[in-house]
Unconditional design. Structure first.
Length: 242
């Protein structure tokens, strides 16, 4: 009888503890929901939309609540909100919970860029977003070989140019088959690296003149104006660098 009562007492104690734990859990859940609601309501009172969007963004990131992002009007800010929560939680699966396909793919792209993980780009079905994903990682890693993965030729050219400027490597410009793109690449790199000698590689004379123009105005050095062949541009170059 004593043993039976002891077992009964133990079971009763366990049930009591479980009930207490459930109530504690419900209290914290309710409290957390109330806190989130109060924070969102604070944002709702703001009249300026950019300020309101930033408020929602801040609440979403602090609370790591994806649904708060849905209140944001600006689509870019909203997509960044989803991506930042995925990164904060270190979980790509968060991207799958976003409301639209575009927001999901952009979330994948941003997550891949932050992680420098090309394999995540492969999961993106939309080619333009996939190209953006590859291009972003190419720029971050300063690895122009990643640009070869892009399907759109214009995007691929931009990828080479941007990566070459970041890496300050004119050999990347040499890789360009299109002479116009190659000239743009040399011009960007010459300005980035403050290296007027790279302007000499440009075939198109007008682009070459503008390359020297960029260097002259950036350095405020009229001596580079001497290399400009176009009389009108050369005179303006001298005036602006006096």
């Amino acid at each position: 009888m004593f043993v039976k009562n002891k077992v009964l007492l133990t079971n009763t104690t366990i049930i009591t503890i479980l009930i207490v734990l459930v109530f504690v859990a419900l209290f914290f859940i309710k409290n957390n929901l109330t806190t989130n609601l109060n924070a969102v309501q604070t944002c709702e009172k703001l009249l300026d939309w950019p300020e309101k969007d930033n408020c929602y963004l801040g609440v979403a990131l602090i609370k790591r609540v994806l649904s708060v992002c849905d209140n944001i009007l600006d689509q870019n800010t909203k997509n960044n909100c989803y991506s930042n929560i995925a990164l904060a939680k270190q979980s790509l699966s968060v991207c799958d919970e976003t409301p639209t396909l575009d927001s999901k793919l952009i979330c994948y792209s941003n997550f891949a860029s932050a992680k420098k993980d090309l394999s995540i780009c492969e999961k993106i079905q939309k080619q333009t977003t996939k190209d953006q994903c590859y291009s972003s990682i190419a720029l971050i890693k300063q690895d122009f070989s990643i640009c070869d993965k892009l399907q759109n030729q214009s995007a691929k050219n931009d990828c080479y140019v941007n990566t070459s400027s970041a890496k300050q490597d004119y050999l990347i410009c040499d890789k360009q088959k299109n002479q116009k793109v190659k000239d743009y690449c040399y011009r960007d790199l010459a300005l980035t690296d403050r290296a007027p000698s790279i302007c000499d590689k440009i075939k198109n004379q007008m682009e070459k003149d503008y390359c020297y123009w960029d260097i002259a105005l950036t350095e405020n050095n009229g001596s580079f104006c001497n290399k400009i062949l176009g009389t009108k541009n050369k005179n303006w170059c001298y005036r602006l660098t006096k």
